[in-house]
Design a protein around this ligand. Sequence first.
Ligand code: NDP
Ligand code: 8X3
Length: 255
Amino acid sequence: MKKIALITGATSGIGQATAKLLAKNDFDIIITGRRNSRLEQLEEEIIKSQSSNVYTLNFDVRNKTEVENAINSLPEEWKDITVLINNAGLASGLAPVHEGDYDDWDKMVDTNIKGLLYISRVVSQLMVTNKKGHIINVSSIAGREAYPNGSVYCGSKHAVEAITKSMRLDLLPHNIKVSRISPGMVETEFSLVRFHGNAEKADDVYKGFTPLYAEDVAETILFMVTRPDHVNIDDVLIMPTAQGSARDVFKGNGH
Ligand code: NDP
Ligand code: 8X3
């Protein structure tokens, strides 16, 4: 077996691009997500075009029993996970706090914070036993800054930033690297999910400038996971050229 990378949320966007790129670069990969047909499609595509092995786990990161059962069900040779990319996440809704939707809030907190913790708990335990590993948490510019109507999403990503810093210290004695990558606007299914499937609203978000693409983030993740053993890239903030802060996007030079 080659080095094994587990990517959460590999059915779309950043996770899917990262799975493909790591498979192209000598990793065996474990792909996860809720939409099983997409996982099957991705597995088939990678196996056809790469020499990498792929293992598929279909679960919801919000359900800690599903998370535990999924990881425990891995064949022994697949439990030697070298890299964990905690990517699964979402924004649901965009509303001021006094009009926020409780279901949206639960989804974001349960996925972005609790889901990330559940999977980290189980996989980091395996890494501690193996005395090696690398965990990359996908945060966001929303983890560094707050913007109107984004209190819960921004709060969840601020939590990811803090959790990452503590994880780094917890896992320091165990030879396990911990990093975060915080992208600005990336054109994926993110806005479609945020606007509850409204494609017109989602498309508008990326009009008039060139956003990041999932592949831009994947390439940076590849760089992070291929540094020598003694190097940990702690913290990456990656933005579109046209975006200077969470709220400052210059429209006019792009597509
Ligand atoms: P996408 O919507 O394209 O992908 C999100 C992925 O997360 C999907 O594969 C989805 O899979 C998975 N996911 C969501 N909820 C769950 C769940 N409960 N259990 C398992 N998997 C889940 O968005 P992105 O690729 O953009 O998002 C990836 C990460 O990047 C997120 O954490 C997001 O917050 C972060 N991010 C995104 C930015 C952007 O502008 N796009 C900027 C900064 C950070 P499925 O639905 O099949 O379960
Ligand atoms: C996703 C990007 O614009 O909502 O994290 O902060 S944004």
